[in-house]
Every structure is written in structure tokens, then in C-alpha cells.
Design a binder for this molecule. Sequence first.
Ligand code: HEM
Length: 420
Amino acid sequence: MDSRPHDRLDELQRDPYPYYARARDAEGLTFVAELDAWLVARDADVREVLRRADDFSSAGALRPDAIPAPAALAVLGGGFGGRPVVVGADGDRHQELRAPIVKGLSPARVADVVPYAAERAAALVDAFVNGDQGSTGEHKGGRVELMSAYARRLPGEVIGRIVGLDPADIPAVVHGGYRAEELLFRPLAEDEQIAVAQDVVATQRILDRYARARHAEPREDLCTDIVASVTATGDGDAAPELTLGQRHEAVSHLQNLLIAGHLTTTALIGTTVLHLLRHPDQWELLCAEPERIPAAVEEAARYDTALQGFRRVTTRPVTLAGTELPAGATLFVAFGAANRDGVRHPGPDDFDITRSPVRHLAFGFGAHACPGSQLAREQLRLTLQELTSRLPGLRPAEDHPVTMRPTMIHRSPLSLHLTW
Ligand code: HEM
């Protein structure tokens, strides 16, 4: 583990907004030691970096904050993955890696999954409103911890359906996603790292099983598209079995896609409900006028986005916002900071679902813009439809103050206890 001040990193992760405000007001760029990077915080500067993909490479976009200990790396060595994936690729290779994902998350595929997502959203709310037995009755006086009962469940089930996973495998795959994040982004003791690495490898083995099965028997799902993309030979003839290298590649893509698909959406469900309920006037307005739900989703994504930022590395000496950077400089491109830039969003620190829509950067922009944004938005919409129509009396439970998860990539409440 490196010697960076983890307690200060933790503080920044739980509330990055004061750091962002200082960096937006400062001249040029600000180097933030906790992030070990130049913080790009103004909306115009973030857009410029994203536009100049040749100068600002995505290699290392997901550079870990914690380097696992050798014993944990040895465990990981027994698994699959570790190959370059779409978020960290540039140029033509990036386009090749992105193509099957864009196809698999096309508007038509998203539209196909919406009825299933609606059914699951309703069933998850049923389960905590009525109890698992489905008994009906008086719904006043209930309580729920929304993250575990709902937010950590719906997105995994939905992306699992698109990828083509058996519902029985989804809890393990979702768990594996959180464990991978912990291993790479949290300081852990060595024995914890080993246990976490074992869980990550167990998930990789599940995904490898799918990759081989879809290669043998293709289906209409995103897993099949990804496997086809790693076996594409150009002459149309695929070998009967995946090579070891192809298995590593397929698992890397699947693991990345699943993590990108569920942890982010889970996080945004949590923060969206949190901020709406912290602003009871906005919640009441939404319950009275549910046609405002799409605008509320955009405002929540702008105000406190899940993916606060990703890294970029300069490919040559460049000047950005008047700051000269050498080749190889690391930047933290903060979508979350740009979304609070008053130059683009007047009254940026006000949570206001009635504000005039202005394009925010919660889903990125340019070559790497999020291909799953429509899927995420649909799940947020379904969630707010369920909650506003069925539980308009929702409010934060006073006996459980909210703590944010310490992360820059899946910002959300650790838990969200609600009553009605
Ligand atoms: C609230 C939910 C989500 C948020 C806030 C979010 C945000 C983002 C952002 C900001 C990027 C750009 C990263 C960059 O420029 O380096 C991105 C990329 C990506 N997202 Fe999302 N995302 C969400 C949901 C999803 C979902 C549901 C999926 C898949 C089902 C997904 C898959 C991806 C992938 C594969 C990329 C990489 C694209 C590339 O590098 O070309 N995301 N996401």
C-alpha cells in the first residue's frame, strides 16, 4: 500500500465539493495531493479535456488508489481478467472495444428490458412495503433501508438480464463488483485483501463459465456480443473453444461492463432519493406532478453524480487553463465539479428540480460518453414512479444519520434508512 494520507483522501471522497469550489476559483489548475493528480474542475476545462482525446489519454482512467499486496495479487493471478477494457482505451482500439457495448445497450435493447425493469422495481417495492409474504394491508408506519432492499438490487438484475445472466448468479456477481472496487480503491489490511481477492476471482470464474457457454451456444444477449467481439477473426470462422487469452479478455470486458452498469446506477438511485427527501418541498412537488420525474433525474445526476471523475494522462506537453503540463501528467477530470460550475448552472449548489435544463456532465461527454446512460435514466425514472406513487409519505429516518460512501466513482449513501 502506498503512503498517501488515506484519512485526508477519505475526507475528500466523502465531501469533495469544498475542494472543487477552491479549484474552480483558483487560477489555472490545482494539484490535489490526495488525488495525486491535477484537478480539472471548471465545466469548460472538463469539456476541453474530453474533446481533446488525443492529448488526454484514457490510459489509467481507472487507476487504482490502492495497489494490492503481493499475496492478494497472487490470488488474483489465479483468476481471469486484467486485460485492457473500453474505459482505459484510446483511438481505434477504443472504438473496437466500445462497438459491441453500444450495440448491446442500443435504444431498442434498452426498450426491450424496460418492462422487466418495471416489473422488478414494483416487486422490490412490494417486498419491503408488504413484507416478503406479499401480505397487503395498512402501509403507514413502515420503514426500509433502501440501499439493501432496493438500490443494490434493481440495477444488478437489469444489467444481468441484458448481459444474459441467470438471476441465481446475480447476487454473487453484484457482490464481486463491490469487492473489486474495495480491493482497488480502499486501503485494506493484507488478510482482508486476500479474502476480497478470493471473492473477485470467484466472480471471474462465474463470468468465464458464461463466456465459454455463449461461445458454444450463442444467444441474443450482450455476453454473446462481447464473446463474439473477442473471437472475431475476420474470416467468420470461430474456433470451437475460446483460447485462454480470449477467456481473459471476455471476462475483463464483462466484469468492467457489469461494474459500470450496476454500481453507478445503485449509487445514483441512493443519492437521488436522498436529495429529494432532504428537500421535502421538491419531493412533494414531484409526488403532485410526476411528469417532472425526468427533470428530477437530470437534476439529481447533475447535483451529486455517482461517477465524480475519471483520470486522464497527457500524451505530450500541453497547456490547459493556463497551466503548463508535461507529457505523462495525471489529471482528475471531475464531472461532479463541472456540474456545480455556476458559469454553466446558475445557483449551482441549489437542488432544484424545476431549473431550466442545461446539459450536465454526469454521463461524461465525447468519445467515452456513457453508453449506458439511457438504461440508467430508465431505472431512475421507474424508481421515482414507484416511490412517488406508492409512498408519498417517505422521509429520512431521524435515528439514522446518513454517511456517504468514501469513493469518487460510486458516490452514494452508505445506507439510507427511510420511514413512511
Ligand atoms: C447513474 C449511472 C451512471 C453514471 C453516472 C455513469 C457515468 C459514466 C461516465 C461519466 C462515463 C465516462 C467516463 C470517461 O469519460 O472516462 C461513463 C462511461 C461508461 N459507462 Fe456509464 N454511467 C452510468 C451507468 C452506466 C450503465 C447502466 C452502464 C452499462 C450498462 C454503463 C457503462 C459504461 C461504459 C461501458 C463506459 C465506458 C465507455 C467508454 O469508455 O467508451 N454506465 N459512464
